[in-house]
Design a protein. Structure first.
Length: 231
């Protein structure tokens, strides 16, 4: 049986992909990635490959999308498909170190302050006042800790340059972008799609960087429709 590997992003956990797990569990084995101890993108990809058997569909959000791409790079023969949501492919950018260090320092000062600073720009501006969405995301961040946040931020700073190998990815790829995602804009997903031989893009309206949490029904529909078609 094909296994769907559900990979969350920075400071994230099972809530990001739970609706997808519920939708696919009747037809696929489900493996929920635990990234709490991970220290590098390539290492987390290697660990997930080692923790699973057989063919995989890797479904990644944000940082998780980078891990999914790295899994396809490390073991292309095992990856039957990729779903890359709200993610990126560029190497470390100029000035990125200082910005991430400031967020690392804020996390060590107070995870509550980090959540209150980091989360609002990550969602559709219209959802910032949505207590259900923001409450769930804030609780998720507070289930993490500053050390985990720092490990993941340093993993992102040391990330592989996925742009260098996108053209080698031969499996079907679904890109999920969101209309209000200022962190990983639609154009960034279009760049990935242009480099990958077999790709399509689904745009989720009225959602930001946390589209799978903001608009779970639309994200589930995009993924299940795509899987049914390419299978």
């Amino acid at each position: 049986m094909t296994t769907v590997v559900l990979i969350p992003g920075l400071l994230s956990d099972d809530i990001v992909w739970q609706p997808v797990a519920d939708a696919l569990s009747a037809d696929f084995a489900i493996h929920k990635a635990d990234l709490r101890q991970g220290t590098s993108i390539d290492g987390m990809a290697r660990d997930l490959l080692g923790a699973t058997d057989g063919p995989l569909i890797a479904v990644g959000h944000s940082m998780g999308g980078r891990i999914a791409m790295e899994m396809a790079h490390q073991a292309p023969e095992r990856i039957a498909g990729l779903v890359l949501a709200n993610t990126g492919h560029h190497p470390r950018r100029e000035g990125e170190d200082a910005k991430r260090q400031a967020m690392i320092d804020l996390g060590h000062e107070s995870m509550e302050k980090l959540a209150d600073t980091w989360l609002p720009p990550m969602v559709d501006p219209a959802r910032v006042s949505d207590e259900t969405v923001m409450g769930a995301l804030r609780a998720m961040v507070l289930r993490a800790d500053a050390d985990m946040h720092e490990r993941q931020m340093r993993a992102l700073l040391g990330r592989p340059n996925a742009s260098a190998y996108l053209g080698e990815i031969r499996c079907p790829v679904l890109l999920i972008a969101a209309s209000q995602d200022g962190w990983s804009p639609i154009a960034q997903h279009e760049e990935i799609g242009a480099a990958v031989p077999d790709s399509e893009i689904a745009i989720i309206e009225d959602a930001g960087h946390f589209a799978p949490v903001e608009r779970p029904d639309e994200v589930v529909a995009a993924i299940t429709t795509w899987i049914a078609r390419f299978r």
